[in-house]
Design a protein around this ligand. Structure first.
Ligand SMILES: [Zn+2]
Length: 360
């Protein structure tokens, strides 16, 4: 999964007076931990883990702040001290009312049709009470929150601006996928597939015919053997031949679909477009087509490549140059010759280009 991280700022609704008091207390504690750590720091240039542990223990005795948040305040003080040391010898003091939270210390929850940010507050026995901060324009964030439910990073609450800032990690493909490369695939019978790659300006970038002479030869052999066996009424053997041919085609479809994905991966934001066959796979031809389509879908899904389908009824008899549509444009199984503009091309390639154009 390819991911990207960006920061997000939640504006919060004004808090009730009692909540305001509670968060202010938390912010004061946070400030206290920060400043105590800052003051301790100049006495030790580079504190050891043991030293930090000792400080933390003492702080925890005095300040009833959530343990993980104490850690956050100390870390922030140490990080700021490190930067300050290079510029000045002054102790860094936290003046703002902000509180930092580890990504596991805070959460987002929905209650009565509104999203809330939940932060830990007063110690209550072995656990901590929570403060629920209501998110403003809550519904606007529905998609973002649902998509990132488990992928929010550390958070920072700023009391003065009443905002909560965090970062989110998102699957790049989920954000917005604008196809830039259109890969049309025509599944044929003589050629199991013809592929064409066109860019967003409808320029052909690559063409590939799958199958070829060897493929045709093998299929012809199966056909001849089957005819011979049927003629001799060896029905059991016919079944064996059929199974063997199925296995061979499965293998070929695996190979072809793999190559198609390899080609697609070379281009920016590719989308694979195939015809939308609605017929059930009731013979070997449609079965082969369905099997290839399924394998392309599966491999594309694993790679994050999009797949789309188009109604391909007229793609084999429409000229991709002048759009003239006529049944006799397709002169033979292989030859396409436009009766209007004279453009001549392999019939399956013409169909693949038209399929790609339907999405571009
Ligand atoms: Zn034409």
């Amino acid at each position: 999964m390819e991911t990207t991280t960006k920061s997000i700022k939640f504006n919060l609704l004004p808090l009730t007076n009692s909540k305001k008091e509670r968060v202010q207390t938390q912010a004061d504690y946070f400030k206290e931990v920060y400043n105590r750590t800052s003051i301790l720091l100049p006495t030790v240039i580079k504190p050891s883990r043991k030293q930090i542990g000792k400080w933390r223990k003492n702080i925890m005795k005095d300040i009833p702040l959530y343990a993980q948040t104490i850690q956050e305040a100390m870390s922030l003080a140490m990080a700021n001290r490190k930067t300050a040391i290079q510029e000045t010898d002054d102790i860094t003091i936290l003046n703002k009312s902000v509180i930092s939270y580890h990504n596991q210390s805070w959460s987002i929850e929905r209650h009565n049709n509104r999203w809330y940010i939940k932060i830990p507050a007063e110690k209550n026995g072995r656990s901590y009470n929570k403060i629920w901060l209501p998110i403003k324009d809550s519904n606007y964030y529905d998609d973002i929150i649902c998509m990132n439910y488990n992928y929010f990073g550390a958070g920072q609450y700023d009391i003065k601006s009443n905002t909560f800032i965090t970062s989110m990690t998102t699957d790049i493909n989920e954000i917005e996928y604008i196809p830039q490369t259109f890969i049309g695939i025509d599944r044929g019978w003589i050629n199991p597939a013809v592929l064409v790659v066109i860019d967003k300006d409808k320029i052909v970038k690559e063409v590939k015919f799958f199958g070829g002479k060897e493929y045709i030869h093998i299929r012809k052999q199966y056909k001849n053997r089957r005819a011979q066996l049927q003629h001799n009424k060896q029905l059991k053997k016919v079944k064996e031949i059929n199974n063997e041919e199925h296995r061979w085609m499965e293998y070929e479809n695996h190979r072809i679909s793999k190559q198609i994905i390899e080609i697609a991966k070379k281009y920016p934001n590719p989308i694979i477009i195939m015809e939308n066959h609605l017929t059930a796979p009731n013979n070997i031809k449609s079965w082969t087509h369905a099997s290839l389509r399924q394998k392309i879908e599966y491999k594309a899904g694993n790679t994050g490549i999009k797949v789309d389908y188009v109604d391909a009824r007229y793609t084999s008899r429409t000229c991709n140059k002048c759009n003239h549509e006529e049944k006799d444009n397709r002169q033979t199984q292989n030859l396409f010759k436009c009766l209007k503009c004279g453009y001549t091309v392999h019939a399956d390639l013409n169909a693949a280009i038209n399929i790609a154009f339907l999405c571009a």
